[in-house]
Design a protein around this ligand. Sequence first.
Ligand code: SF4
Ligand code: FES
Length: 784
Amino acid sequence: MQMIEITVNGNKVKVPKGSNLIQATKQTGCFIPHFCYHKKLSVAANCRMCLVEVEKSPKVLPACSTIVNEGMVVYTDSKKVKEAQNSVIEFLLINHPLDCPVCDQGGECQLQDLSVGYGKTKSRYTEKEKRIVFHKNLGPLISAEEMSRCIHCTRCIRFGQEIAGVMELGMLGRGEKSEISTFLGNYVESELSGNMIDLCPVGALTSKPFRFKARTWELSRRKSISPHDSTGTNLTMQIKDDYVARVVPFENESINECWISDRDRFSYEGLNSSDRLSHPLFKDVNGNWVEISWNDALDKVVSNLLNISNKYGPEEIGAIASEYSTVEEFYLLSKLLSNLGSDNLDFRTRKNDCNLDNVIEGYPWLGMSFEDIEKLDVVLVVGSRLRNDHPLLAHRLRKAAKSGAKVFLINSYRSDEYIDIAGQLTVVPSKIHRVLAKLSVILLKLENKPIPKEFEFLDLDEFEPLLSVIAKEFLVKNKKTAILIGNMAVSLPNSSKLIANAGYFADIVKSDLGFLTYGANCIGGYISGFFPKKKECKSSIFDKPLKSYLILHSDPYLDVDNGAKILENIQKSEFSVSFSSYFSTAKNWANIILPVSPFSETSGTYINSQGMSQSFKGVVKPLGFSRPAWKIFCSLGRLLNFPGFDYTSSDLIKEVSLPPNFKTKLSNRINISFIGIEDNVNLFERIADVPIYRSDAILRASCSLQRTKASELPSLRLNTFTLNKLNLLSGDVVKVSSNYGSVKLTAIHDELVPDNGLYISATFDSTSALGGSFEFLNVEKLEC
Ligand code: SF4
Ligand code: FES
């Protein structure tokens, strides 16, 4: 970085060439007050709070938009500057309500702070009336009740345009009549919208769920890690008394920068849900749930497990854990199972292809850092709803596209990712692997190379023009390229073919291949060995009925892809234990429910998709008599007289479960002998997404997130082609049936769904009755 010399308040300093005066003077320890400037946003220079005096300039200049020059002489505290600062504050306060004690932003308001620091004690204005701006309803997450407080800094608008990729807020009117508003009163629906609350320097935009629940000085701050996706977002949990009252970002440039998604910000409501369990529960002979002591509960678990093992063999005991279990929890539960003698365990609850472990030879990961994503030149994302599954990774790709990267998508729903996409191709899930095969064929033809016999007889001619464009982009020399495999792609019944075909293409173009990975700790699940070690392809724990199930942090009906089937199997089992924080996740199937602490009340480690392990501590005490799961597994291990369950802290478990060189096990090496194409016999195919705020039990217990549009009850979405084929009209009420059950849904016209696709969201009680995401469906119109 080239440095130049400037003088700030009489001190000579070296600063980076091209920086503005706010950035440059910061390293001299000098703070220039500002409102509209933010290091991650473009410079608007509209608040004028940052005025400074620059030698040879007749007027004071805004520091945020003044770029340093060699030899520049700057004064940030001269008389002229102080007068300018006084005047700007005075001007801003003309119309701003002077009622800090009753403002929700009081105590953490930039205007309040800068008024005290840089304003006058008295205003010269005597007019009694102030400008009133009518409140707006921006949806269940952001409160815009106090829009009279807005100082028109436009940070919220620029955030939408530049970071979230969608301009949901804009400025209406001019001058004194300016107002921040959505278009035609729409809600703000971006998955990153809550960051506008942090950016707003006054109390105009505040958190709706947190509003008036606590004052900032009543809160203590503790660091944590998000359990909701594979980014491992760093969080600052704000605690009032003994509960989490608010969550804001903890800045970490290499992971989440200074942003968090709404899922990470508002899910804390689920931690305080009335559905939380505080006592071990046992189902008595009459089917009633009764509270029991921990000693009794653990004794019952131990005696029943031994009984099942003796009667039917230990392989009749199975364990399922959610992808947000910690490394330590995965390790101990897996050790418990192996000591019992069972290999029936898995955390990949949406897996549908038993060949997955054969085709991916190592433990799948992103294959690069999040920062590397921004440096890519060509990216192909396969089978992912990026904004839904990985909101902050989508932001990195948005940045890459802004810098000129060509981003292509192949998926089963033409969702708008708010990324400048170079091309998008949408087909039903079973065809994605064929599209990838075709891509390789086109590329091999371009290079006059032989076509593998597995890819003969490919049709898909309608996609040839776009696939040629993609192939040519991947052939350009000296470009950084990557193929990223999304969540939906790894859950398909033919995911091994898809991944092998993607790996084959990556091989021939010498591109990186990466997996976006499910949940917070997919890599931790692999590293801790929480998956079947026998690799033969036969029915998985999610298919075959067992006599006993141990289920951690998961609601099998909603979290396992074929919830209907696993629920039926569990209900037929003799003894099943739920290790859960919520009653509703287990009340319909468990024999015993052991209340376990969610991430906020325990310590543990997550490994994010870029292979970075992050340990965290509990930020509040466990609720009631609930306990960290690692302690429960240690107790069970000791009661069963198994060796190696004497840990007294999660740090000691981490030492044995997470070797320092664990990254050497991460590999996206693909066994390309699995390449090929296969036909789907179903005429119509279900496309089942996991909506952003339904992907785990904590989110599903978060009231505000459940009130958003993204959590709306599912419908059957289909395009004109499929509507006509099924002889339906948009708005018709239909009965959708599978081998597992049927549901009543409203058919909604949606041109974003591909031909023959039936888009029905998963993870709702209603649609889980249909069984797996890729079951054959029958649609029948119901007479009104
Ligand atoms: S609402 Fe807040 S962030 Fe938006 S322009 Fe007004 S003061 Fe700035
Ligand atoms: S911060 Fe420079 S004009 Fe607003």
